[in-house]
Design a protein around this ligand. Structure first.
Ligand SMILES: [Zn+2]
Length: 194
């Protein structure tokens, strides 16, 4: 668990995680939390990986087009530098990052910051992304969102990849992926083992 460094009650550091399949509203939930914190007077910063080229380059956008201004970061050092003066730090598409970014979140929480991470928990094979597993173990609060299965309408916790690729991460949106329930999720349909 993140250890609150500041026990004065003014600013207690913590790590919050929002996870689930694609199209489960993670970015919307992140934007809502960041907006609420900003409305409350906190200095808020939103970050996303520089490799996420969907829709816009300097904004976190949801699939329905809503968004807030975000800076693109390349990794842990970049994150810590950008977040220096912030009270609340939102990080979208967390599954795209490497393990040092988890350490950066722990460091920020220890400094009294609130780090809010959002990302896809399960990859196209239905296996947890390493970085998501690591941050979930350190999170003070985990919000698991679900989507609606595109095949049958049941609760979806998996993301089906519709395009063939050998890469574990393929940046895409509607048309490349769709949410599926456990029954409709096909682990073997995506080509490649990693
Ligand atoms: Zn289904």
């Amino acid at each position: 668990m993140a250890n609150p460094a500041n026990r004065s009650g003014e600013s207690v550091g913590r790590i919050e995680l929002i996870c689930g399949p694609m199209f489960s509203g993670k970015s919307t939930a992140l934007i809502r939390k960041l907006s609420a914190a900003a409305d409350g007077g906190a200095t808020v910063i939103a970050c996303k990986p520089a490799r996420d080229t969907r829709y816009a380059t300097d904004r976190i956008v949801t699939h329905d087009g809503a968004g807030i201004t975000a800076c693109e970061i390349t990794g842990a050092d970049d994150l810590l530098g950008r977040a220096r003066d912030a009270d609340v730090v939102g990080i979208d598409e967390f599954h795209f990052f490497d393990m040092p970014v988890v350490d950066a979140c722990i460091a920020m929480a220890d400094e009294g910051k609130r780090a809010i991470c959002a990302g896809v928990d399960l990859d196209h094979r239905g296996e947890m992304f390493d970085v998501m597993e690591a941050v979930s173990k350190k999170a003070d609060d985990v919000e698991r969102l679900t989507a609606t299965c595109a095949a049958c309408g049941a609760v979806a916790t998996f993301t089906q990849r519709l395009v063939e690729s050998d890469d574990r991460i393929v940046v895409g949106g509607a048309g490349d992926y769709e949410p599926r329930c456990e029954s409709c999720f096909d682990r073997g349909s995506a080509k490649g083992s990693r």
